[in-house]
Design a protein around this ligand. Structure first.
Ligand code: FES
Length: 349
C-alpha cells in the first residue's frame, strides 16, 4: 500500500535563491517507519488544483543527524517545487511516504574510498551519503565532483565547505562551474575529460570502491561511459536519475488485446481487466488499487512489482538491471501487459 503519513514541517531554510531545505518533525511513533539509509528518497503528496500531485525528493540529511530533510530546487514550470519554495512554512503539514530507494550507502565496517559525480540538485542524496561515509570509518575517503552554473546557485555549498573543513584530509571536492570562472574550479560541464582528470591525475593513487552518480541523464551517461572506458566495473557504478529523457523509449508492438490482471498487494489479491494499450500502473490506479508510485516517469523506483504469471514489456527502463528484469521485476508505470493473463506482486520486490 502507498502508505502516506501526515508530517509537520519543522523548518524551511533557503539554500540558494531558488532552492530550499525542508525538514520534517517525525513523531516518536513514526521514527521506525521513517528510518532511512543514506541516499534514499521520500515522496510528498499534495492536492493541487483538484489533482493529486506526488513528487519524490532525496533526503539530504544523514541518518545520524536524527533529521529528515529534503532539498527542493524550484524547477521552471514545476508545480510542486514552486509551491515548496514559495508557500510552505514551518508548521504546515504534508503527506509523506516513508523512505525508499536503492541508491544507497550501507556501512559494513570496511574501509571505503568513494567517489561521487553530482550536478545541480543531484547533490541531495550525495549530501547524506558523503556525511555517512565520512562518519562510518575514520579512514574512509570521499571525492566529490560537483557541477553547477555558478557558486550562488550551488545547493548545500556552505554545508559542503563545513564538511570539507571538518574532514580536511579525507573529503575532497572538485567544483565545476558552467557559467562562472572561479579559482581552483573547473570551467564547463562534467564530461569525459573531468572523469579522466579525477581518475588518471588528481586522485590516481586512490582505488575507488563505489561511484555514485546523480543528476540529469546526460551527465550520468557521460560519466558512466567514461568510468567504464577507464576500466571501472559496472557493478561499482550506482546512479540516480533526477530527470529522464525519452531517448531510450522502446515501442512495444502488438498491444491490441485485453489482459486479465491479478494484483498482489498487502497479501491481498485483486483482479480487473485492462487494455494492453494502457500502462499497468495506470490501470491499477484506475481500479482503485492503492499501489505505491511516485514519479510515473520511470525515474524513481516506487512502482516496482514482480511478474508471477504472464508477460509485460517496458517502454522505458533506466533503473532495473538486466538480471532483475530477467527474474521478473518491472516498473509498472512503464509496462504494458503482453499476454491474456498477467499476475503482478507488489509485496515481493
Ligand atoms: S513511479 Fe517512479 S519509476 Fe514508476
Amino acid at each position: 500500500m502507498s502508505d502516506f503519513h501526515a508530517l509537520k514541517v519543522a523548518s524551511v531554510d533557503a539554500l540558494t535563491p531558488n532552492a530550499v531545505a525542508l525538514s520534517f518533525d517525525v513523531p516518536t511513533e513514526l521514527r521506525k517507519t521513517f528510518t532511512f539509509l543514506p541516499g534514499q528518497y521520500i515522496t510528498l503528496k499534495k492536492e493541487m488544483d483538484d489533482k493529486e500531485v506526488r513528487r519524490a525528493y532525496s533526503i539530504s540529511s544523514a541518518p545520524s543527524s536524527g533529521q529528515l530533510t529534503v532539498g527542493i530546487k524550484k524547477m521552471p514550470n514545476g508545480t510542486f517545487s514552486k509551491y515548496a519554495n514559495e508557500s510552505i512554512s514551518p508548521g504546515d503539514v504534508l503527506e509523506v511516504m516513508p523512505p525508499e530507494g536503492r541508491f544507497v550507502f550501507e556501512p559494513n565496517g570496511e574501509i571505503k574510498t568513494i567517489a561521487a559525480f553530482a550536478a545541480g540538485s543531484g547533490i541531495t542524496p550525495i549530501m547524506s551519503i558523503a556525511q555517512s561515509v565520512l562518519e562510518a570509518n575514520e579512514k574512509n575517503r570521499f571525492v566529490l565532483v560537483f557541477g553547477n552554473q555558478n557558486p550562488g546557485e550551488t545547493m548545500y555549498r556552505n554545508q559542503l565547505l563545513d564538511l570539507q573543513g571538518k574532514y580536511a584530509n579525507r573529503f575532497f571536492i572538485q567544483w565545476v562551474y558552467s557559467r562562472s570562472s572561479e579559482a581552483d574550479c573547473l570551467f564547463g560541464r562534467i564530461e569525459n575529460a573531468t572523469v579522466n582528470l579525477i581518475l588518471k591525475n588528481k586522485f590516481k593513487e586512490l582505488d575507488f570502491d563505489t561511484f555514485y552518480l546523480c543528476g540529469p541523464e546526460q551527465m550520468i551517461t557521460t560519466v558512466s561511459d567514461s568510468l567504464k572506458n577507464n576500466g571501472v566495473a559496472e557493478e561499482k557504478i550506482l546512479h540516480e536519475l533526477f530527470t529522464s529523457s525519452d531517448s531510450e523509449v522502446n515501442q512495444v508492438e502488438g498491444l491490441d488485446g485485453k489482459t486479465k490482471v491479478t494484483v498482489v498487494l498487502d497479501d491481498e489479491e485483486q483482479e480487473f481487466t485492462m487494455d494492453q494499450k494502457e500502462l499497468v500502473l495506470d490501470a491499477v490506479l484506475k481500479n482503485d488499487i492503492d499501489a505505491p508510485y511516485s514519479c510515473q516517469g520511470g525515474v524513481c523506483s516506487s512502482c516496482i512489482a514482480r511478474i508471477l504469471e504472464g508477460e509485460a514489456e517496458m517502454v522505458k527502463n533506466q533503473i532495473l538491471t538486466d538480471s532483475e528484469v530477467a527474474e521478473g521485476l518491472i516498473l509498472t508505470c512503464q509496462a504494458h501487459a503482453k499476454t491474456p493473463v498477467l499476475k503482478v506482486d507488489y509485496d515481493d520486490v
